[in-house]
Design a binder for this molecule. Structure first.
Ligand code: GDP
Length: 286
């Protein structure tokens, strides 16, 4: 069991303070969550700060997640009153739906402006999310989109504190990094397994042990298909099976556990074991 750790509290409070200060300037807040971690990648303090603002929750890395678990989470957040959309920022899947959704959420405000004779303008937003969730990748995608072809140079242009991504969105020039917060060790493990927090922060052996046992409980077929692991093997037996299968051996036929850890984490973070979701609605009290 890991100790309760307050991750980077200094940074965390600074970024939350900054968000609180700037929130009035935004039309809408975009929160990027990891589709595999709809709970662990959300910051509970942030939820309070944005409670009076229009918000879109984007579930990024949908391609890496378990679609049925993700859809339960999306319904859950919709019941809490959030607009939701699942995306893959890397390929751009569904990213073209973000602007129409934002327009829909802001319909009244935008119509009011139009009725006053004001020109159509980009929507002012801020993209918030934990490290590695895909903020820069999404910003790149958004800067490619343009509803109307203008003669302007495409890409990111900067004016005062706003960065114009396209004729659709302007971003506030503040880093939208949100430090994850957790008291529950499970959340820490889920962040570590997906690579959201650095491998060095939690003991690798603990992380891999948690991951393999999680896979054994929730995705036993995938373990069997990829590694030939069948039945109720202990953690060490699972490691040994994978190690032998992949030829991770040291002198004297000892298993090279470091290499096995690396293989498992790489497979889990990629698509080799199929779409995986670590946060489960039934396991968290929200
Ligand atoms: P940031 O720290 O939030 O800005 O995250 P980045 O945009 O740097 O993304 C972190 C990593 O996740 C990079 O390797 C991206 O290529 C990858 N990534 C981002 N979005 C997606 C996605 O939708 N699917 C997959 N598979 N990878 C993604």
């Amino acid at each position: 069991m890991i100790k309760q750790i307050q991750w980077f509290p200094g940074h965390m409070f600074k970024s939350l303070r900054e968000i609180r200060e700037k929130i009035k300037l935004m039309d809408i807040v975009i929160v990027l969550l990891d589709a595999r971690l709809p709970f662990s990648s959300m910051n509970p303090e942030l939820k309070k700060i944005i409670s009076h603002k229009p918000v879109i929750l984007l579930f990024n890395k949908m391609d890496l997640s378990d679609q049925s678990v993700l859809s339960h989470w999306m319904t859950h957040y919709q019941h809490e009153g959030y607009q939701t959309l699942k995306i893959d920022a890397q390929t751009g899947k569904n990213t073209q739906k973000i602007h129409p959704l934002a327009q829909e959420v802001l319909k009244e405000k935008l119509t009011r402006e139009k009725n006053k004779g004001l020109k159509e303008r980009p929507i002012r937003t801020m993209i918030l999310g934990i490290p590695n969730v895909g903020k820069s990748t999404l910003i790149n995608q958004l800067s490619k989109s343009s509803a109307t072809k203008t003669g302007n140079t495409p890409g990111v242009t900067k004016a005062q504190q706003w960065i114009k991504l396209s004729d659709q969105f302007e971003l506030l020039d503040t880093p939208g990094v949100l430090w994850p917060k957790f008291d529950d060790p499970k959340v820490g493990y889920h962040l570590a397994i997906t690579g959201a927090i650095k491998d060095k922060i939690l003991p690798e052996d603990d992380v891999v042990s948690y991951a393999l046992n999680f896979m054994k409980t929730h995705y036993p077929k995938r373990l069997e298909e990829r590694y030939g692991i069948k039945g109720d093997l202990s953690y060490v037996d699972m490691l040994d099976t994978i190690g032998r299968l992949r030829g991770c051996l040291l002198k004297g036929n000892e298993i090279d556990y470091q290499r096995v850890y690396h293989i498992i984490l790489t497979d889990i973070r990629g698509k080799q074991l199929g779409g995986l979701s670590f946060d489960r609605l039934e396991h968290v009290s929200v």
